[in-house]
Design a binder for this molecule. Structure first.
Ligand SMILES: [Fe+2]
Length: 386
């Protein structure tokens, strides 16, 4: 079976590159801009920055920011109304994963009027993504999801009430602006939680089943960067070089996980579906050490490389011992950046476990986990984390 290797997003990279926004909008043929964001990004003053840049470039715009913390279909259709009301011809999304994913779904829905369930990737809906989509510029304000370079959007659908992946290479942003200066004001908890999401993407992609050497190269470098940079930004939030490393790692993680993810993400998606407001990165970070231990033996050559990437002095150590060190390093990293050890910190209770097991096993992410993830393993793992 061939593997199709493709990393096509055009990224405007580097500190200060937000000033290129007007130029990029014009280059994409845009004149009337629907800005998609959320209240947190507005409060951080970053939407005002975008408004100023669009005004300076003589571009008309309106801001749509009345979003739920996690993307839902109802918000997508409201965004389509806002797009039409402005007679917009381009979307600029600024924020973390939620506004960027919502914007990507709005972009789809503008020219695809049917319910979003028609585009459910798990049901082969990608073939229904057909007509030309308006241009989309994604501006990241966190270093976590890597949604700015993603070709999918995860949205909770109105009819099924499930988190569903809308996927198509046509959904790739026209361009992403990755300016690490925009993350300097991110408070410690979201910095740690989104950063650990990026780390989990890199780690799960690196050990995932499949043959994708480009994904592996991105993932192992992303692991190296987060190990060094996330503790540095926790110590000094204004460390721009470390913030840049985190932003690079987030992009690398999102590009790498086109190879696949694993059991941590299956559980994080399950928790996200039934615990309102549970932070995706936080849940990933809480379960990642247990998932690493679960996979350690099966994927020990890969975990040995992770130990090296995390700076473990391995010398001529046996690969199994190195794999053990990698797992210990992951535990240390989680502690170092303040990740709690129990899922109760993310709102999970014992009563939720049966439903979480069903949802996690139903989630496609664990299909590439290096060790098969079964009901017999999932339930005790969740209980051990309560
Ligand atoms: Fe994630």
């Amino acid at each position: 079976m061939p593997t199709y290797l493709s990393y096509p997003t055009r990224v405007v990279w580097g500190a200060g590159t937000i000033i290129k926004l007007g130029e990029e909008v014009r280059k994409a043929g845009g004149t009337k801009v629907l800005v998609v964001s959320d209240r947190g990004v507005i409060a951080a003053g970053l939407v005002r920055r975008v408004e100023n840049l669009l005004s300076e470039a003589d571009l008309q715009f309106s801001v749509f920011s009345d979003l739920q913390p996690n993307p839902v279909e109802a918000d997508v259709w409201k965004g389509v109304e806002a797009y039409r009301a402005l007679h917009a011809d381009i979307i600029v999304a600024i924020g973390g994963g939620a506004p960027l994913d919502t914007a990507r779904a709005i972009r789809l829905a503008v020219n695809h009027p049917k319910p979003l369930s028609r585009y459910d990737d798990a049901k082969g809906g990608d073939v229904n993504v057909t007509s030309e989509l308006p241009p989309l510029i994604c501006i990241a304000t966190t270093s976590g999801t890597g949604s700015e370079v993603s070709r999918s959007a995860v949205v909770k659908l109105d009819d099924t009430k499930r988190k569903t992946v809308l996927f198509s290479p046509r959904l790739i942003a026209t361009c992403a602006i990755a300016d690490p200066e925009l993350t300097l004001g991110l408070p410690p908890k979201p910095t740690a939680w989104t950063g650990m999401d990026a780390f989990t993407h890199c780690l799960e992609a690196y050990v995932a089943l499949g043959d994708n050497p480009l994904a592996d190269a991105l993932a192992i470098d992303g692991i190296h960067r987060v190990t060094r940079a996330l503790p540095a930004v926790m110590d000094n939030p204004n460390d721009l070089a470390a913030r840049a490393d985190m932003m690079a790692a987030a992009i690398m993680g999102a590009m790498a996980f086109t190879k696949g993810l694993g059991a941590a993400h299956a559980i994080a998606h399950a928790v996200g579906a039934i615990v309102p407001g549970a932070h995706h990165g936080l849940v990933n970070a809480i379960v990642l050490p247990a998932v690493c231990r679960y996979n350690e033996e099966q994927a020990h050559p890969r975990f040995a490389r992770i130990a090296e990437a995390m700076g473990e002095p391995c010398g001529s150590m046996d690969e199994r011992k190195m794999a053990d060190r990698a797992c210990t390093r992951v535990e240390e990293l989680c502690r170092r950046v303040g990740i709690p050890e129990k899922l109760s910190a993310a709102g999970v209770t014992a009563e939720m476990i049966p439903q979480l097991v069903e949802l996690a096993l139903d989630d496609a992410s664990h299909r590439t986990n290096p060790r098969p993830f079964t009901r017999e393993d999932c339930e005790p793992m969740l209980r051990s984390l309560l």
